[in-house]
Design a protein around this ligand. Sequence first.
Ligand code: NOJ
Length: 564
Amino acid sequence: MSQHTVAQPRTVGLTAASPSGWWRDAVIYQVYPRSFADSNGDGMGDLEGIRTRLPHLKELGVDAVWLSPFYESPQADAGYDVADYRAVAPMFGSLLDADALIRDAHALGLRIIVDVVPNHVSDQHTWFRQAVQEGPGSPLRRRFHFRPGKGEDGELPPNDWESIFGGPAWSRVTEPDGTPGEWYLHLFAPEQPDLNWEHPAVDDEFRSILRFWLDMGIDGFRVDVAHGLVKAAGLPDIGTRDQLKLLGNDAMPFFDQDGVHEIYRGWRKVVAEYGDDRVLVAEAWTPTVERTALYVRPDELHQAFNFHYLSTYWDADELRDVIDGSLDAMRPVGAPTTWVLSNHDVTRHTTRFANPPGLGTQIGTEGDVRLGLRRARAATLLMLALPGSAYLFQGEELGLPDVVSLPDEVRQDPSFHRANGQDGFRDGCRVPLPWTVGGSSYGFGSGGSWLPQPEDWGGLSVEAQTGEPGSTLEFYRMALAIRHEHSALGAGESVEWLHAPAGVLAFCRIAEDGQRFVCTANTTKDPVSLPVYGQILLASETAGIRVSESQAVLPPDSTIWWTG
Ligand code: NOJ
């Protein structure tokens, strides 16, 4: 069995032949600024830290970098509570640092996507502070959802909506005269008041914010809670408790309302003023892939995260259903399908797959760590063979597991504290990255790290894995290099399924030049026998592969790329 040797990854130049479509099959790497690299020793990652580590991303072979928020913010929700959309929080640096980061990334051929948070602002945002100070009847209150309370003295919230982070979705303000007053809506933490998108000033402000960052040279936006901006008229009661359990499955009066699409038609025009290679990516949790497809119609956003894929377990039947469903849903609107396994809001896929199915995307137990990593590598190889764009979350290239042992007192996720730990394990995937085998915070920075790193973190570091045959880092580098080299990977809008035994996926892609490419994924715990599909390009697990003239044995929980 010979493994393909890969030269250097293709240079991803910004002047590529078809710049308008770079995002269609791009591999986009999410950087979580707090936890990537700390340049000034304050224990918190920053923009300068990211800039100095860009060569790692270049060498990894990704096309673009998505940065989670680094704006001025009191950090009630790790920066998703923005106080000033045009300023960088001092803990992350300055606008000059942002400029240097964007320029350096471009010089390396890496594109930069930034987060925009339009559903809510921080309670420290000038608009909200003034709205509270000016009291009931202030025109500024109309930019938010202020309402009088129910009950004799207005002591009850205006409706029964629950916050995504637990507890009621309403908080009551104290009016300037010191009396308990109106209530305001916050789908997330109380420090994140929801904006009223019916108000023209809100729309104007966000078009201006988009332009500000487009003028800074960024290549696109990831739109936070893209499905939440418009609320059902009259803010009707839902009528049930435990509404968190309904999310993603049922129609909710505060999510996925048809009115959001008009907003994105406007945004598309703004972005189009800057040419056709700046992109808008929706974070839209919807009940079905068909509903997700509505966000990426030709005059709306360019891409939407495929959370249906992210929520799927390592199971051949379920994976095939979601792959077919996603491709079928996107084809009519002409948008590329996207694929994602991990991000800053869910338990890393290494840990999800280390645990039994049915536990969802927030898991607090480490499970079978070796099995989890093995399946995670197999799942990554499967994902990178699918047509469309793929999103990676920092640290998955190191095979990092979620850190499930964090003591409660160090956790910062507001959902952990508001939901009594029920559904708030997001700190576990946010632990700062290990860069070196030893040293302070394993090379993350010189002053420790804002969340404690486990003691064995050095063995998973970039330094430990670089040049190490079979390491997860070298495996990712090779997979991305091959993906760039073989046009059949990532391109197109469908896969041709091949006959395969239960628990196994096998599909074929044909490149424009006629080259045939096959991906086989064995999701079972047993070896399986399949026809030989040509030469092996890459395998997520080499031990146990046996190839005779016509038959090959695939190891359990593994994926293989073939060509020929
Ligand atoms: C989605 C973001 O990914 C998450 O981290 C954040 O807490 C919520 N939106 C609220 O902004």
